[in-house]
Design a protein around this ligand. Structure first.
Ligand SMILES: Nc1nc2c(ncn2[C@@H]2O[C@H](COP(=O)(O)OP(=O)(O)OP(=O)(O)O)[C@@H](O)[C@H]2O)c(=O)[nH]1
Ligand SMILES: [Mg+2]
Length: 384
């Protein structure tokens, strides 16, 4: 058969819809044309003010078809916002490194994104026009700091000299899912050490009480998916705790930790659970951890008691030792797997038709890009 050994022209493993947003003039159209110029296919759509281009490329052995959507930054097409964002698995939020007002406006764009897209969407902050070195007005450090605070990846590009434009897309495909998980529990139960054991395989006997909020990430395989786990840690001590609602915002999982050698930390679990139920998303997955199992001779909370409590409260339960590393990996695999199973059961905004890889479309399936009506409601996989 003719061409039997060639891949069909439109074959791909995943289809990613990626939306470009940002102020007018920051270079969205040029980034898009720069990115899609090879195997270029500009399908100009009758939809209002939206242009669409695709490029198929190889990312880590997989054939990815990137479908880039671009709209005007000048006109705020409020009516089509939800349709524009529908089904997007990635968003590229662009500002101009030589124009500070485009950086200041990021918060507004981010709000639009968060209101209209799936909370699992991967957002990439892009500082464009790095070729204008002498006109630079937003520092890399400021942008990086902002990106970190808002949980975005960050990259600087120049559509003009093409630097980092391909890297931008490669970065968007680095992982399948980003899951935020928060650690809570009394001071001294070992939250920070569970975090350091899980993310860096480190333990510190004389760790100081946490002040404010920290987080660390680790990318790992969970149920065959590449998950980027972003684990947040805060002070168990009331006076050092950061604003609670910000801490819980966007969290898909919570790990409630007590110390098996200290009954008061177990008694306080009910209080932590209440706080969680008051502030976190009602669909958050919760796991109870009894830490410090290495202190066998000091054990003061029986496994059965904790297990009974966990069952009653519908939490998963595991005992760990951050010191000798027992079950730390298993614990995080458990909560991340639990989150994955929960969200993969639910239809994701605009991706109902794309069952399979939740943050992408499997095996040559195509999103109907002409379906431009959104219902204007906020949909999400992870929060209500
Ligand atoms: N034996 C033993 N000690 C542990 C374990 N995990 C933590 N520790 C010790 O317990 C103390 C407190 O640990 P942290 O991880 O700082 O506790 P935390 O929950 O983060 O405390 P706050 O930040 O104050 O809320 C430290 O001295 C740790 O070395 C463990 O699994 N076994
Ligand atoms: Mg701590």
């Amino acid at each position: 058969m003719a061409g039997a050994r060639m891949r069909p022209k439109d074959e791909h493993d995943y289809l990613f819809k990626v939306v470009l947003i940002g102020d007018s003039g920051v270079g969205k159209s040029n980034l898009m044309s720069r990115f899609t110029q090879n195997e270029f296919c500009l399908e100009s759509k009758p939809t209002i003010g939206v242009e669409l281009a695709t490029r198929t490329l190889q990312v880590e052995g997989r054939l990815i078809k990137a479908q880039m959507w671009n709209t005007s930054g000048q006109e705020r097409y409020r009516a089509i916002t939800s349709a524009y964002f529908r089904g997007a698995v990635g968003a590229v939020l662009v500002y101009d490194v030589s124009n500070p007002s485009t950086f200041d406006n990021l918060a507004r764009w981010l709000k639009d994104l968060r209101d209209c897209t799936d909370p699992c969407i991967r957002i990439m902050l892009v500082g464009n026009k790095t070729d204008l070195k002498h006109l630079r007005a937003v520092t890399t450090e400021d942008a990086q700091g902002y990106a970190e605070k808002e949980m975005l990846s960050y990259i600087e590009t120049s559509a003009l000299d093409a630097s980092n434009v391909d890297a931008l897309f490669q970065k968007i495909d680095e992982y399948d899912y980003l899951f935020k998980v928060v650690l809570i529990g009394d001071s001294g139960v070992g939250k920070s050490n569970l975090l350091s054991r899980f993310t860096r395989n480190e333990f510190c006997l004389e760790s100081k009480s946490t002040i404010g909020v920290e987080f660390a990430t680790r990318t790992l395989q969970v149920e065959g998916r590449v998950i980027k786990a972003q684990i947040w840690d805060t002070a168990g001590q009331e006076r050092y705790r950061a604003i609670t609602s910000a801490y819980y915002r966007g969290a898909l999982g919570a790990v409630l930790v007590y110390d098996v050698s200290k009954p008061s930390t177990f008694d306080n679990i009910a209080r932590w659970l209440k706080e969680l139920r008051d502030h976190a998303d009602p669909n958050i997955r919760i796991m109870l951890i009894g830490n410090k199992t290495d202190l066998k001779h000091l054990r003061a909370v029986a496994t059965e008691d904790a297990q009974g409590y966990a069952e009653k409260e519908e939490l998963s339960y595991i005992e760990t030792s951050a010191l000798d590393a027992t079950n730390v990996e298993a614990a995080f695999q458990m909560i991340l797997g639990d989150i994955y199973r929960t969200i993969s059961k639910k239809p994701i905004s605009g991706l109902e038709e794309a069952n399979g890889k939740t943050n992408g479309v499997k095996e040559g399936k195509t999103i109907d890009v002409s379906a431009a009506e959104g219902d204007g409601t906020k949909k999400s996989c992870c929060s209500t």
